[in-house]
Write a protein that binds this ligand. Structure first.
Ligand code: GLU
Length: 285
């Protein structure tokens, strides 16, 4: 089977040394096995994404010596696809509108005697799951903005009823995993300002683009549990995953786009580094 990997940055800032590591990780796995490497622009958040950062991605990756297939898929050009997937889940009654603000959620969590917790902290307490159809209608009529959340327990029940449970996935670093889809709680599948979310679009795109090996940082390991559930609900192909360790700076912190001194542009233009030197900093030789 031909391996298809991808690197899927968001053009919300310049790429940094951690991105270089991640991009090379995917690129080399494809290249060394005679596979294909895809670059995808994850720009659903149009307020935070800018064309100059997209150009920066092409510039930086070219400088590092990477090549990729064209045309490059831009998520912002496929919003109807994400909406169709959302509609499918809605038809199965697995989605509910959530009117909560961050403040509402924090207050509810503080009030609740036992707020649900996941491995990454507090989960959405489910406030809007309990709203009646009439209450939902009323809030919508009043113009309250809403997101759409996946009712994870219901999704699990549905799959159990279809004998599609438990769900497994293979991680090249960690081995066979049993998915715990409720691990992120009732995740947002469509944000208030758009008809999709990271989770929905990334899962659909990896399927649409025929990605067979999803590589990304360990920070997204738990997201994979949810993605595996979405694949099953939407009838999508199941790839393999490889979550790689995150590159840390000398203080043990993750590199951040807002820290200009670690961007590839800065290292190239201001520090005069060569691609080889940058790759050495990233621990890739
Ligand atoms: N757009 C995501 C990011 O920049 C990519 C996540 C993924 O590879 O699934 O973090």
């Amino acid at each position: 089977m031909t391996i298809v990997t991808r690197f899927a940055p968001s053009p919300t800032g310049r790429l940094h040394i951690g991105h270089a590591y991640s991009a090379l990780f995917a690129y080399r796995l494809a290249r060394d096995s005679g596979g294909r490497f895809i670059l995808r622009i994850e720009d659903i958040d149009q307020d935070r994404c800018h064309p100059e950062f997209e150009q920066g991605i092409y510039e930086d990756l070219t400088w590092l010596g990477l090549t990729w297939e064209t045309p490059v898929r831009r998520q912002s050009e496929h919003m109807p696809d994400y909406r169709a997937a959302l509609d499918k889940l809605m038809d199965e009654d697995l989605i509910y509108p959530c009117f909560c603000t961050r403040k509402d959620i924090a207050e509810e969590v503080a009030r609740a005697a036992a707020a649900p917790h996941g491995p990454e902290g507090v989960l959405y307490p489910g406030t809007c799951r309990a709203l009646s159809p009439a209450q939902r209608k009323e809030k919508m009529k009043n113009g309250l903005p809403y997101a759409f959340r996946l009712e994870s327990a219901k999704a699990e029940t549905l799959l159990r009823g279809r004998n599609k449970w438990p769900l497994y996935w293979h991680d090249r670093g960690k081995g066979r995993q049993e998915a715990v889809p409720g691990i992120l709680g009732d995740a947002v599948l469509a944000r208030k300002d758009m008809n999709t979310s990271y989770h929905l679009s990334v899962t659909l795109d990896d399927h649409t683009q025929g990605v067979t090996l999803v590589t990304r940082g360990e920070d997204l390991f738990y997201a994979t549990h949810l993605h595996r559930l979405l694949q099953e609900l939407l009838g999508l192909e199941i790839p393999e995953w490889h979550h790689h360790p995150l590159l840390l700076d000398k203080d043990g912190k993750r590199f951040a786009k807002r820290n200009d001194s670690v961007t590839l542009q800065y290292l190239r233009e201001t520090m005069g580094k060569t691609p080889q030197e940058v790759l050495a900093i990233a621990g890739v030789s």
